[in-house]
Design a protein around this ligand. Structure first.
Ligand SMILES: *Cc1c(COP(=O)(O)O)cnc(C)c1O
Length: 395
């Protein structure tokens, strides 16, 4: 179905941060499958782990113990605020489960009336019926009937608006620590601290959607670590399987204790193959110096991008983001910049607010970042030259 405007490109293989077409054209991949391929393409440890696990056993269902899932859950608990983990298959599915958990924990703690979540303008939580309502973007809701009840939207980084929106029916507050799809917009650390305080004051649960920001993307294992604010429940997906579909919900015991047998489930979620992939990703992310590498490379990239923006004020307005979750706010339509970059051999993703999203694999090198910026430089020159030519033709 034509749900995506696809570029006329198909890739035959990938290696690290590079993708190759069948006719041997090569592209530097700063889209990484929309912030998914954390280890890049063809990472030997991930590839071998998946192949070995596929040969042994792929799927058994959650009717049996799954050692790969137990190990991965324990590792996620060890590096986070959480006490337990639920595995599923995608970001939207994880967020659905997170909302269910918040509602259920309130209901079973004597507050069945607390069913509503405060969400934020510019949020993106996925495409299921429930998460469309949590996202609240009218363009995504169009034609799909009445949005699911229970989500109240307020502006990001505005604590007065949050406090005004809290009612006797509020169960929790749900947000991305850095809004991704809507244009790489960070929630301020102070705002997150104030949300935590408000949740504690009113008995609400703080729910972080780290589907895009989690798993090392910002240079910490989880973006919440930059603020020091811990949630009660959090979702992961995108990078967690390194390209294999996997999602997770992490929760404190206060939330998780209410998820009794039969209260939630998934057929595929947490299967041996997906969790083997997740463990292979964890092996790399928790390896000596890996997150420090992400910080070092991303600081270098940020510096180069600042200079790029300064060189091309007619194309770029500003650089945004944390770690390797980077955005370039564009002056000209972002689709033109994306196409010009692809013409130079650089793949990027767009985001809302006319932002070009640069989310390379976390294994990207400083030299590759320099190559990417050189390509963006040439793309910007081409766009400026085309704009000049158009102006002259109009005279
Ligand atoms: C991508 C994304 C989702 C949706 O994930 P899917 O796997 O496409 O369902 C949800 N939340 C955030 C923050 C995302 O970036």
């Amino acid at each position: 179905m034509p749900t995506f405007n696809r570029a006329d490109l198909a890739f035959e293989r990938g290696e690290g941060a590079w993708l190759y077409t069948a006719d041997q054209r090569r592209f530097l991949d700063f889209g990484a499958g929309i912030a998914v391929n954390a280890l890049g393409h063809g990472h030997p440890h991930l590839v071998r782990t998946i192949a070995d696990q596929a040969a042994r056993v792929m799927h058994v269902s959650n009717l049996y113990r799954i050692p790969q899932a137990e190990t991965l859950a324990q590792r996620l608990v060890d590096v986070s605020f959480a006490d337990s983990v639920f595995f599923c298959n995608s970001g939207a599915e994880a967020n659905e489960g997170m909302v269910k958990m918040v509602r259920r924990a309130q209901a079973r703690s004597g507050h069945p009336e607390r069913t509503r979540l405060i969400c934020f303008n510019g949020a993106f939580h996925g495409r299921t019926l429930g998460m469309l309502a949590a996202t609240g973007n009218p363009a995504y809701l169009d034609g799909f009937g009445a949005p699911l009840e229970g989500f109240d939207h307020v502006p990001l980084n505005n604590m007065n608006a949050v406090r005004a929106a809290i009612t006797a029916e509020t169960a929790g507050i749900m947000l991305e620590p850095i809004q991704g799809e809507s244009g790489i917009k960070p929630a301020e650390a102070r705002f997150l601290r104030e949300l935590r305080a408000a949740c504690d004051e009113f008995g609400l649960f703080l729910a972080f959607d780290e589907v895009q920001t989690g798993m090392g993307r910002t240079g910490r294992m989880f973006a919440y670590e930059w603020s020091g604010v811990t949630p009660d429940v959090m979702t992961l997906a995108k990078g967690i399987g390194g390209g294999f579909p996997l999602g997770a919900i992490l929760a404190t015991e206060a939330v998780a204790q209410h998820l009794t047998p039969g209260s939630h489930g998934s057929t595929f979620g947490g299967n041996p193959l997906a969790c083997a992939a997740g463990n292979a990703v964890m092996d790399v992310l928790t390896g000596e110096g890996f997150l420090a590498h992400v910080c070092t490379v991303s600081e270098a990239l940020a510096g180069m991008l600042e200079q790029l923006v300064a060189r091309h004020p007619g194309v770029f307005a500003e650089r945004r983001g944390v770690g390797l979750l980077t955005g370039l706010k564009c002056v000209v339509p972002v689709a033109q910049v994306q196409a010009a970059a692809a013409h130079e051999g650089l793949l990027c993703v767009t985001a809302g607010d006319n932002v070009l999203r640069l989310v390379p694999p976390l294994v990207v090198t400083e030299a590759e970042c320099a190559e990417a910026v050189a390509m963006l430089d040439r793309a910007a020159q081409a766009l400026s030259a085309a704009a000049e030519a158009q102006k002259e033709a109009a005279l």
